[in-house]
Design a protein around this ligand. Structure first.
Ligand code: ADP
Ligand code: MG
Length: 626
């Protein structure tokens, strides 16, 4: 428990004991009215000094109508009402109200601390130091002082402080804090490592590729910490509501205190009764249950999701996500692994090795999954050949000047663009054609594998209420059909350029049912325009990809498509909890308000209603974290 919370608890206990003492003194001696007031003021101030101070500060800042203010007016009113002719003193009630209000606050403090603790498990990815090699010595320094290109040592048990590439050593990395996945990831020389993972077994020497502030861990921490700034619509509703509601309640209370006695003809005789009702009315009307519980619900929902490796950039996306009716997927790297294997090489004018050699060189700088696989297929890629004038055309392929010849590597569209007479291939797979100086040189057949959980992910989406699943791909029609059938997708559209994907998403957006939203899921490689155009852009496999973290609204840290359905379910649950709290709080308030206006609710019942509702709403909000 935090120090502040403990202080609050001590004050509540002290005040409760003092209230009991005051009650005994009050009933044992025949004290004059002001004497009784003094006796009750002791527990009142013990419990309420903080609230009084807060209200005074807020008034000084010009924020008059908040819940602290309501509490102060109501309790101070209750303390003074006994001095009016014909009124019952309500000293004990006033103290009781303040005491209970503090109990409610204590409860929400504890709940919030609890949520923060759970999120700090994720915050645990913040590295504190780095062991950097400088002038033959290993120094332990703050990670933000290490520059790109320096070499760092990561010992077993340490966190990877910044993103880099392994120079030496083999180990496995624990990525659970980032992805929610507990299977360790093996790394060796040339593999990249991302900050925030924990090194489990061997010592790694790593060349730093990104500054601390630009590394994955810092990016993610920024994102989670700022998620609250993107307020959801329900949350805005609460803030706006409180701004209109509280003044309305205050003026109604004034009217309730003044008008009925005025019209009754006997103002002095009836004023005290109606003032008591008006004060009770004020206590009930306090909107703290809403003001506290709704943001806490979203906070919990975002925290709970990030523990599972789903980063939601704001509570507004939580709401959009909960209404997802259409999910559109990119194929390569999203539903399929994006790890291609060369299954056949069909040269036209040179030998197989030459063809692979050329393809690998053209792809030297491309980050496309196809490029990675072609480079892997030709082992000696880093030889002395000159590679210049590289031009990558999204959705088609890459051209480059290799040792003086213009070599183009890509699909049929690319071949047509350079005027090479390509030949079709009967093999199943993605066909990568190669041309040399505009002459057709042959093709390489590569094939991708579907992700293990892809079919299950589509089923889970259907179960989560997603009515339409669509795949958009730049790959061939035959591959598109094969993947769509295999996974049970409702629709697919193949041979699309990145711009066509935007057009299709726009068409799908115009076809969705009212109130539903469309999510696009991609791997962040050449699909940023679509990610931005959809109602919600979801990027997956973001471990180590800043482009994806930046372009998307929701980031899946690992590359499991099944996390999408999980995210939708979490969002739905969070929204349901927030809605439950709003309806429940408003219904109870309304009931007690009406009772108070008719004098049927004594003040203690009013407090009970208020604090009770707050506590129940907060407990309900905490469920969002689970
Ligand atoms: P997807 O929609 O499946 O993610 P892309 O739009 O990224 O696919 O690419 C579509 C097609 O363009 C690929 O199937 C391939 O034929 C061709 N292509 C794209 N980039 C490259 C590249 N770097 N090298 C070769 N071919 C490429
Ligand atoms: Mg792609």
């Amino acid at each position: 428990m935090e120090k502040e919370t403990r202080g609050k608890l001590m004050r509540i206990i002290a005040s409760a004991v003092l209230l009991a003492a005051a009650y005994i003194i009050d009933h044992s001696f025949a004290l004059p009215l002001w004497g009784r007031l003094l006796v009750y003021l002791v527990p009142y101030l013990t419990a309420g000094i903080g609230v009084l101070r807060e209200a005074a500060e807020n008034i000084a800042h010009g924020e008059v109508f908040d819940e602290d203010f309501l509490m102060c007016v109501a309790t101070l009113g209750a303390l003074s009402i006994g001095f009016l002719p014909g009124a019952e003193p309500e000293f004990a009630e006033a103290v009781f109200v303040m005491l209970f209000y503090e109990v409610g606050e204590l409860f929400s403090d504890i709940a919030e601390g609890h949520s923060r603790d759970s999120i700090s498990q994720l915050m645990d990815i913040r590295p504190d130091s780095a062991n950097v090699e400088r002038n033959g010595e290993v120094l332990t320094v703050a990670p933000d002082t290490v520059s790109v290109g320096e070499t760092i040592l990561i010992k077993p048990g340490e966190k990877v402080p910044m993103d880099g590439v392994v120079l030496e050593g083999d180990s496995s990395l624990d990525t659970v804090a980032l992805t929610g996945e507990s299977v360790p990831r093996d790394v060796g020389p040339c593999d990249s490592v991302v900050s925030g993972c924990v090194n489990l077994s061997g010592v790694l020497r790593v060349r730093v590729t990104k500054l601390f502030g630009e590394s994955t861990a810092s990016k993610i921490l920024d994102l989670v910490e700022n998620a609250g700034e993107n307020k959801s619509r329900s949350e805005n509703f609460i803030t706006k509501f409180a701004h209109i509601y509280t003044p309305f309640v205050v003026f109604s209370a004034v009217a309730l205190a003044l008008l009925p006695p005025l019209f009754s003809g006997d103002f002095a005789g009836n004023f005290a009764t109606w003032l008591a009702r008006a004060l009770t009315f004020l206590v009930v009307s306090c909107p703290c249950a809403l003001v506290i519980s709704v943001p806490l619900t979203f906070f919990g929902g975002i925290g709970g999701a990030s523990k599972k490796g789903v980063l939601i950039k704001g509570s507004n996306y939580m709401e959009t996500l909960s209404r997802t009716g259409t999910v559109v997927f990119d194929k390569t790297g999203t539903l399929t692994k994006g790890v291609f294997e060369v299954t056949a090489v069909h040269p036209q004018q040179c030998d197989e090795t030459k063809l692979l050699h050329l393809a690998a060189h053209v792809e030297r700088y491309s980050t496309h999954p196809i490029a990675l696989s072609l480079r892997q297929a030709y082992a000696n890629e880093a030889d002395s050949c000159s590679v210049t004038d590289i031009r990558e055309v999204a959705g088609q392929g890459v051209c480059a000047n290799i040792n003086g010849s213009i070599v183009c590597v890509g699909n049929e569209r690319m071949m047509e663009a350079v005027g090479a007479g390509w030949k079709p291939c009967h093999h199943v797979g993605t066909i990568i054609h190669v041309s040399i100086d505009g002459e057709y040189a042959g093709h390489i057949v590569i094939s991708d594998k579907m992700k293990e959980d892809a079919a299950e992910a589509i089923k889970a989406l259907k179960a989560a209420g997603v009515g339409r699943t669509v795949m958009l791909t730049g790959d061939r029609e035959a591959i598109g059909k094969y993947v769509a059938d295999e996974l049970g997708l409702d629709e697919y559209h193949a041979e699309l350029l990145p711009a066509d994907k935007v057009t299709y998403v726009e068409k799908l957006l115009s076809e969705k049912a009212p109130g539903q939203t469309l999510a696009f899921v991609g791997d962040g490689i050449n699909d940023a325009p679509v990610l931005a155009r959809a109602d919600i852009g979801i990027a997956m496999g973001a471990l180590g990809s800043d482009a994806a973290i930046e372009a998307a609204d929701i980031v899946l840290m690992d590359d499991k498509p099944s996390k999408i359905a999980l995210a939708i379910r979490l969002a739905k649950r969070t929204m349901r909890i927030a809605r439950e709290n709003i309806i429940f709080a408003l219904a109870v308030k309304l009931l007690v308000l009406v009772m108070a206006a008719f004098g049927a609710a004594p003040m203690w019942l009013a407090v009970f209603a208020d604090v009770g509702v707050t506590v129940i709403a907060v407990l309900n909000a905490v469920r969002a974290l689970k």
